[in-house]
Design a protein around this ligand. Structure first.
Ligand SMILES: Cc1cc2nc3c(=O)[nH]c(=O)nc-3n(C[C@H](O)[C@H](O)[C@H](O)COP(=O)(O)OP(=O)(O)OC[C@H]3O[C@@H](n4cnc5c(N)ncnc54)[C@H](O)[C@@H]3O)c2cc1C
Ligand code: FES
Length: 276
């Protein structure tokens, strides 16, 4: 039987560069355990480890119902620098998935009642890609999806070669970059400025993922538009160690981000000081 606390060997089967500091890795599991197949829900995360370099959480961005998982990893420190130096065929260890994966499985049945509005910045698009690529599994046939996505400049936009395909899935994207940039004809300004320029989908649940600095101003905009606290979901990033609710490193009020989150509704955390 598969033990979710035990790291499983996984092999890098492809690597592609997304931005100057971000690479997309595809991993296949060794499948040593008869009958076991890795599966996860969008919003959950895994812990990836490399002996001698440590372990860190990453939210899969692809591989829903596939025999592989994809992680989009920014090179920021010890483990991620080592991973960025690795080649196809090299091996890592992965344990999980952990967390609640609450986006699709939360309060709403998207199949019958709600559209989905997403406000996302920078690397935050990674976990949402799982949801977008798995749209047919998690959302209704007629669920409309609208994304406000902000990045520093056009080269920092993740998955930019996939947007044309996403449009075919009836995903409407509004892109913005922080400042004017040669050749860029889209919006400029922070994600919040898109609220002044574009209409937000009616009858929506809102998902927010991105740098913590984005959350307060986006929440203000959503509240002005009349979103209920229960209809707003945020993914919180906290330093994690055990990932299973034992070490208390990731506490937010009475919640553990690793176990009760990382996705929370605003109604759950709005009264917790420093939650965002
Ligand atoms: C649920 C979750 C999902 C994540 N998903 C992704 C993902 O899909 N892709 C991705 O690239 N990263 C993701 N991260 C962040 C990633 O786990 C960290 O960047 C990672 O710990 C870096 O490991 P390192 O050993 O390379 O860096 P370290 O050497 O440990 O640290 C490098 C720098 O990052 C800072 N740092 C490390 N972790 C955190 C943190 N949690 N919060 C604030 N600062 C931190 C350190 O202080 C240091 O300045 C996620 C984090 C969480 C909690
Ligand atoms: S990381 Fe240990 S309790 Fe969450």
């Amino acid at each position: 039987m598969h033990n979710p606390y035990q790291p499983e060997p996984a092999k890098i089967v492809s690597i592609s560069r997304q931005t100057s500091s971000v690479k997309l890795f595809r991993f296949e599991f060794a499948q040593n355990i008869p009958g076991w197949k890795f599966s996860y829900q969008p919003g959950q995360f895994v812990e990836l480890s490399l002996p001698g370099f440590g372990e860190a959480p990453f939210a899969p961005c692809g591989g829903i119902k596939e025999k592989y998982i994809e992680l989009c990893v920014r090179n920021v420190g010890k483990l991620t620098a080592r991973l960025h130096a690795m080649k196809v065929g090299d091996r890592v260890a992965v344990r999980g998935p952990y967390g609640n994966g609450a986006w699709p499985a939360g309060k709403y049945d998207f199949k019958v009642q709600k559209n989905l509005f997403i406000a996302v910045g920078g690397l935050g698009l990674a976990p949402l890609r799982s949801l977008l690529l798995g749209k047919n599994y998690f959302l209704g046939k007629d669920t409309k999806v609208q994304i406000f996505y902000g990045a520093r400049n056009p080269q920092e936009m993740l998955f930019r070669h996939e947007y044309e395909n996403w449009k075919k899935l009836k995903i409407k994207m509004e892109l913005t970059i922080d400042k004017e940039h040669a050749g860029w004809k889209g919006h400029t300004g922070l994600v919040t400025t898109l609220f002044d320029k574009c209409d937000v989908l009616q009858n929506s649940v809102a998902f927010l993922v991105g740098p913590p600095v984005m959350y307060k101003p986006v929440l203000e905009r959503l509240k002005k538009l009349g979103f209920a606290d229960e209809d707003i979901y945020l993914s919180l990033e906290r330093r994690m160690h055990c990932a299973v609710g034992a070490c208390q490193h990731c506490a937010v009020g009475s919640y553990y981000t690793c176990k009760d989150g990382p996705v929370f509704s605003w109604a759950q955390i709005k009264n917790i000081p420093d939650a965002i």
